[in-house]
Structure formats: structure tokens, C-alpha cells
Write a protein that binds this ligand. Sequence first.
Ligand SMILES: *Cc1c(COP(=O)(O)O)cnc(C)c1O
Length: 371
Amino acid sequence: MRSEDAATTRIPLSEPRFDGREAEYLQACIDERWVAGNGRFVREFEERFAALHGRPGAVAVSSGTAALHLALADLGVGPGDEVICPALTFVASASPIHVVGATPVLVDVDPETFTLDPAALEAAITERTRAVVVVHLFGHPAEMDAISAIAARHGLAVIEDATEALSSRHQGRLCGTLGDAGCFSFNGNKVITSGGGGMVLARDDARLEHIRHLHKHARVPGTTEYLHDEVGFNYALSNLQAAVGLAQFESLDGRLADRRRLAARYAELLDGAEGLRFTIEAPWATHNFWLMTVVVDPARRGRGRTELLRALNDQGIEARPFFTPLNRLAPYAGGAATPVADHLHEHGICLPSSAQLTDDEQQRVVDVLRA
Ligand SMILES: *Cc1c(COP(=O)(O)O)cnc(C)c1O
């Protein structure tokens, strides 16, 4: 690349990287004429994923949203039930709660980790509360000790939305293994992608097998007759998608190391920048640094979050606001106030976080932030 181009090249927020055996595995699917569900790449991806998480099995599914829907459906959550969920998250943490006919109850988050505030969780519990969807936002684990203790005390199921938190750890234990069910996403911008896809883990083997049953139309095995013993879904991951997902999974360690290095460099370049707070990693946490962020302190800076976002975008840098708190969206409006989620939305910026971001690109981002 010519040097005068470097300053204007677009820097994406989070771009996939394909540097493994993706093409080879895809070709194998075509050569073997096995592109749909139930293929060998699906089985191998599930086995490898389960092994990483120390579980006997995992169910590969068509998306993270499907994973969350299955986790709720398996538990039998439905009309009349309430499910507590943080307000500051992607909408797909909450939409499956609606889809099963239950009511999402949105609560506030912690200002440091951006994840579910255990006190807000406890305050929102009613007689109708059945479950809590815990989101490890941007890859930082939620405070699972406190949350699990509250859930146990009130008999609530815990569903982890670990879609952003592949390989993040809470006190050394992997996210997605800490609740009753763990839901992952391999959407295009996540740590690994299958071009759309997800995975479900469950603490209880019988639950996992029920989820496996539900994800392919609840068809009764062991007969060629079309017998279905409950209402199921078409949520299987295709062999094509699993081929890509498995190839990406094989380089997971390298991807995580790259992200950790990027986070350290951002922290170093932003050190001492007045009124900008970079992503934290709590002492009990291992962050996967899926998305790195700054929170702007408007009192200590001339330019607020909106002006900074505009300045970044003007320089071809794709930075984004934090998610809009879901209680500000029409289908999810109402409920308790969420001042921390509101504050973070108003002052937070997601920074370019692709694993392959170069030193020069990071410097360009920081130059605009510090200007
Ligand atoms: C990506 C994401 C999802 C949904 O995953 P898909 O695979 O896109 O369906 C759910 N929750 C959160 C927090 C996400 O970031």
C-alpha cells in the first residue's frame, strides 16, 4: 500500500479473518456432497467446542439468537413468566424472551464491567421470575458468583448470553459453563465466525439432549416415520457453516493473543488521556477483548461522545456507540430506571477491535481520540 493511502484506508469495527483451513474444509463439503445439517464438520466442531469447555457435548445451532431461544424453550419458560435481562445489551438477548411468550424485565448494569448489576437483579425478582439471562458484554464476564447465589436463593435458572465471550473467564472458569445453559454466536463480527451460527452448552446432560432434540424439529429418533413429540425448531448449523467455524476455532488461541496484545497497546497509547476510560479487566476476570471501548467523561473533555464518534467516522474509522438500552426501544419500553446503562450509552464508544488491526491503524484511532 502506498503511504498516502494509509491515512485514508477505512478501519472497520470488527472484521473477520480467514487464515486457516476454511477453503479446504468448504471444498471437502462440496466434494463429499454433504452441505446441510448432520455432517462430519458439525460433529467435529461440537466435539472440539465441548472439549474446550470440559463438557461431554455441545449443540451447534444456526445463530446465537437461536441458542438463546432453545435455552428458554428447553426450560419451558412461557406466558406469565418473567425473565430478567440487562438493559445494556444487543436486542437478541431479550427478543427470544418475547418469542417464548414471557416478559423481559430489564435491569441496570455495573459501571465498570458494563454487565448485569447483581443488586438490580435481586431488586427486580418477583413471584413470576423464572430465569435470568446474563450477558458477558463485549467479552467481559459478569459477576457470576453474586448472580448465581441470588439465582439459587430464588430458584431461578441462569442462561448465559456468552455470544460475545468465547474464552472469557470468571475466576479461571470459562464463560458459558457457569450457568444452566451457555449460548454462543459465530456471527460475522464475533471472535470466530461460521458465517452465521452458534453453540449451546448445558450443565445438565439431559437438558443438552433435550436442546438437541428441539433444534431439529423434535423428531423422534429410531424410526423412518415422521414422528414429532413436541413443537421443535429448524435451528441446525449446516455442514458448510461448521466447516468454516471449525477452521476458525482451530486458530482461537492466536486470535485471543492478538486481541490481548491490541488491548494492551490501546491501554498504553491512551494512558493519561484526559477524560477517557479504556476497557477494564476486573482482577477476577479474563477478558477476550472482543470489543474494546472508551467511556468519555464530558466534564473533563471539550468534545463529547457524539463529536468524537463523528471525528472518528470522518477519518474513515468505524467506531460505534454502545447498544441503545433496550428499555428505550418501543417493544421493550417501561420498567425500572437504568441510569448506569443510560450513562454508558450516552458516553461510550466501541473502538475498532479486529484481531488483525495494525499498529498504524491503532495509532490513527488514538490520534483522533487524543486530539
Ligand atoms: C451477537 C449477539 C447475539 C446474537 O447472536 P447471533 O448469532 O447474531 O444471532 C446475542 N446477544 C448478544 C449480546 C450478541 O452480541
